[in-house]
Ligand binder design. Structure first.
Ligand SMILES: Cc1cc2nc3c(=O)[nH]c(=O)nc-3n(C[C@H](O)[C@H](O)[C@H](O)COP(=O)(O)O)c2cc1C
Length: 526
C-alpha cells in the first residue's frame, strides 16, 4: 500500500510542478527534474529483486541504507560514552592519540568507570611508593641454546603484515621502532622494503612460510637461513595461531598478489597464495619443539619462539612435556588473547573461538613453571594492551613483555573505523590504495609511534613505583585484585591457582592432573 502512496504522491507533485512551471516561474522545471528522478528511482526499486525493503518501500527504503552506512560514525561521534566503545573505548583511544602527539593526557574529575561492578580490576598501591625507575628496563630473551640473545622492550609492535597494513604505516612503525629501541614483528607476510627502516625485526613465519617457502608451499630452510641472517632480524617466530582467528588459514587471491607483495612473500606474482590452517613442518608437540630449535639453528643462534592463542590446556602441557623430554625450549612464547585483532576474520572466530588473554597467559605461565622451565622461556603477551596499566597487569599475570597491534595502528592514525578488510581505510593505515595511503605522513607518524611507546612504558614504570616496587621483577599475583561480586574483591593470588616450580613433574595438583595425564608429546589430543 505504501509504495502506491509514494508513487502517487510523486506523480501528483510532478503534475503540480509542471503546472507551476508552465504558468509561473521557469525555476519550477528544476524541481520537476528532481521529482522525475525520484519517480525513476521508485520504479526501479519496485522492479528490482535484490532488496525486499525497496520493493515494499520504494524511494523511502534508501534511507535505511544511508543511515546504515553512517551508523558506525553516528555511534562513535554521538552515542558512545567515554568508557563503553568497542573494541577500544574512547578514553583509551584518546589516551593513545594524546600520548602519540605528546599532548597532556591527564583527565579531570575522576573515573567514569563503575568500580563496584563485578569484573572491575585494580592494582594495589603502596603506602610508601617509590620513585619510578629512570633507566627503562628490558627483558633478555635467549635460553641456553641461544647464542645471540636479544633485549626486548616492555612494549613492542605486534605482528601485522604488509598487505594488512599499508606501506606508509609499516614504514612509520619500523622507523619508530628504530628510534625508540623496541621490536617490530613483521607479521606473516614476509619482510617488505617498508620494514627496512632500521627497526629491530621479529621475523614471523606462519603456515604459508612466506619469505621462506618452496614453490609448492613447503618450508624452505635455505631461504629461511638466508633471510634470518639479515642483521635487522633479531628474533624468528613461528605463528601457530592468532587470537582473532585461531584454527583457520587464509587465502590471498591472485589479483592481490602484486609485484611488491609477491617479492615480500616469495611467491609468484598474480597467483593465488594459500596459508593453510595447519603447519606442514610439524604434526606433534615434539615435532613443534624440535622445529623451533631448528629455526634457531638456521637463524645462527638468534632467539626462536612461537606465537599462539591458547586452546586446550592439555595441548599446552603436551608442548611443555615435549620440551622436558627433548631438553630443548623455545626462547620465547607469545600468547595472543581471543580478544586480539585482525585485518579480517569470520565473526564466529572473532567472537567465540580462542582463550582470552588472562586465562591463556596464566595457563602458559603456570605450565612452564609447573615443568620447571619458566626461567628458560620468556613470555610475551598481546591482546588489547594499550596503556601502562595494561602492561603492568599482563606482567602480574605472568608475561615478561607485551606487544600491541591495534594501539600501534592508532598511534599512526587509525580511527577505529573498522574497515581494514575493505581496502577503504579512511586514514591510510590498513589499505593498499595508494591515494588513501598518501594521507599518512610518515615522518609525523614515526614520531607518534616513538612518543606513544615511550609514554606507555613510562606510565607502566610510574604505576610500578606507586605499588612500592623497585621494578617489574617484583610484581606478584596478590597485587592485582578483581571485584567478584558487589561485596567482595579477590586478588589474583586467591582467584587463580599458581603452580610451584616443577610441581607438575612430581605431584600435579588435582585440578591439573587430568590434563597432565592426557598431555602426550607425540600427539595433539582433540
Ligand atoms: C591489521 C592486523 C593484522 C594482523 N596480522 C597479523 C599477522 O600477520 N600475524 C600475526 O601473528 N598476528 C597478526 N595480527 C594480530 C596481532 O599481531 C595481535 O596479536 C592481536 O591483534 C592482539 O593485539 P592487539 O589487541 O594489540 O591488537 C594482526 C592484527 C591486526 C589488527
Amino acid at each position: 500500500m505504501l509504495r502506491f502512496y509514494v508513487l502517487s504522491v510523486l506523480v501528483v507533485l510532478g503534475a503540480l510542478t509542471v503546472l507551476a512551471a508552465v504558468i509561473g516561474d521557469p525555476g519550477w522545471w528544476a524541481l520537476l527534474a528532481v521529482l522525475l528522478l525520484l519517480l525513476a528511482v521508485g520504479v526501479h526499486d519496485l522492479v528490482q529483486k535484490k532488496h525486499s525493503i525497496l520493493r515494499n518501500y520504494p524511494v523511502l527504503g534508501h534511507m535505511r541504507f544511508l543511515l546504515e552506512s553512517i551508523r558506525p560514525e553516528l555511534q562513535q561521534y554521538f552515542i558512545e560514552r567515554n568508557f563503553d566503545g568497542r573494541p577500544y573505548d574512547r578514553d583509551t583511544r584518546s589516551s593513545i592519540y594524546a600520548r602519540a602527539k605528546g599532548e597532556n593526557e591527564e583527565q579531570p574529575f575522576g573515573t567514569e568507570r563503575d568500580v563496584n561492578e563485578p569484573g572491575y580490576e585494580y592494582l594495589v598501591h603502596s603506602t610508601r611508593p617509590k620513585e619510578p625507575l629512570k633507566d627503562v628496563p628490558t627483558v633478555r630473551i635467549g635460553g641456553p641454546d641461544c647464542s645471540r640473545p636479544y633485549d626486548m622492550a616492555l612494549l613492542n609492535v605486534s605482528a601485522m603484515s604488509f598487505g594488512a597494513l599499508s606501506a606508509n604505516a609499516l614504514t612509520a612503525l619500523n622507523a619508530g621502532a628504530a628510534i625508540g629501541g623496541f621490536a617490530h614483528d613483521t607479521g606473516e607476510g614476509g619482510i617488505s622494503p617498508y620494514h627496512r627502516q632500521g627497526g629491530d625485526l621479529v621475523w614471523e613465519i606462519g603456515s604459508g612460510y612466506f619469505g621462506a617457502r618452496t614453490d609448492d608451499g613447503d618450508f624452505d630452510p635455505h631461504a629461511f637461513a638466508d633471510k634470518a641472517a639479515d642483521d635487522q632480524v633479531k628474533l624468528v617466530s613461528l605463528k601457530l595461531s592468532q587470537g582473532a582467528k585461531p584454527g583457520i588459514g587464509g587465502v590471498l587471491p591472485g589479483a592481490k598478489v602484486t609485484q611488491e607483495i609477491a617479492e615480500a612473500r616469495g611467491v609468484p606474482q598474480g597467483q593465488k597464495c594459500v596459508s593453510p590452517s595447519y603447519h606442514r613442518v610439524f604434526s606433534t608437540p615434539r615435532e613443534l619443539v624440535l622445529f623451533v630449535a631448528r629455526m634457531r639453528e638456521l637463524a645462527g643462534g638468534k632467539p626462536a619462539g612461537f606465537k599462539l592463542c591458547v586452546g586446550s590446556r592439555a595441548d599446552v602441557l603436551a608442548i611443555c612435556k615435549a620440551m622436558v623430554e627433548e631438553g630443548v625450549t623455545p626462547d620465547f612464547i607469545v600468547v595472543d588473547g581471543g580478544e586480539g585483532g585482525t585485518g579480517a576474520a569470520p565473526v564466529e572466530y572473532e567472537d567465540h573461538v580462542g582463550t582470552p588473554l588472562t586465562e591463556g597467559l596464566m595457563t602458559m605461565h603456570n605450565a612452564l613453571v609447573g615443568v620447571g622451565l619458566r626461567d628458560r622461556v620468556r613470555i610475551g603477551a598481546s591482546g588489547k594492551v594499550a596503556t601502562g596499566v595494561d602492561v603492568v597487569k599482563r606482567l602480574v599475570q605472568g608475561a615478561d613483555y607485551t606487544n600491541a597491534a591495534r594501539a600501534m595502528m592508532m598511534a599512526v592514525g587509525c580511527i577505529q573505523a573498522q574497515t581494514c578488510h575493505t581496502n577503504t581505510c579512511p586514514v591510510g593505515v590498513a589499505t593498499q590504495d595508494p591515494k588513501r595511503m598518501r594521507a599518512l605522513d610518515v615522518p609525523d607518524k614515526t614520531q607518534r609511534v616513538v612518543r606513544y611507546q615511550e609514554a606507555v612504558v613510562r606510565q607502566a614504570l610510574a604505576v610500578i613505583g606507586s605499588m612500592g616496587l623497585d621494578g617489574p621483577h617484583q610484581l606478584a599475583p596478590h597485587m592485582l585484585r578483581r571485584r567478584v561480586d558487589h561485596s567482595r574483591t579477590e586478588s589474583y593470588a586467591e582467584l587463580f591457582e599458581h603452580l610451584e616450580p616443577g610441581q607438575l613433574l612430581c605431584q600435579p595438583p588435582d585440578s591439573w592432573a587430568l590434563d597432565w595425564a592426557q598431555a602426550d608429546p607425540d600427539r595433539f589430543v582433540p
